[in-house]
Unconditional design. Sequence first.
Length: 124
Amino acid sequence: MATRVLVVDNDEQVLNLISHYLATLGFEVDSANKREEAEALLTHIEYSLVIVDFSLTSVGVEKSDLLKQMSGLTPRPKSIVLSGSSNAGNKVAAMASGTDLFVEKPCTMTLLGAFVRGLLEIQQ
């Protein structure tokens, strides 16, 4: 059975690029371009990993914080937050909300794949 990954990004090009790349690595990939869509998927499907754009996390907004929702799931999926900003405050906020890894965009797909394998402890 393939490892299931959810990719969440409001940029359709980025969403499709990451989703397609992970699928070529053998992952079963679902995608969402809105936070609400991701929240709905998370309530019905068990994911091993969620990759989410920082702008869609709503870190600091208690009622809609996607990262906090994930931390309450059993089992809790691993998470990678992607951001086009190198703002240290964003990194701290994401890490404090329970993400496993914060990655700045742009990021090569090869590097992202290595991060994914490392988090999921998958041998190459």
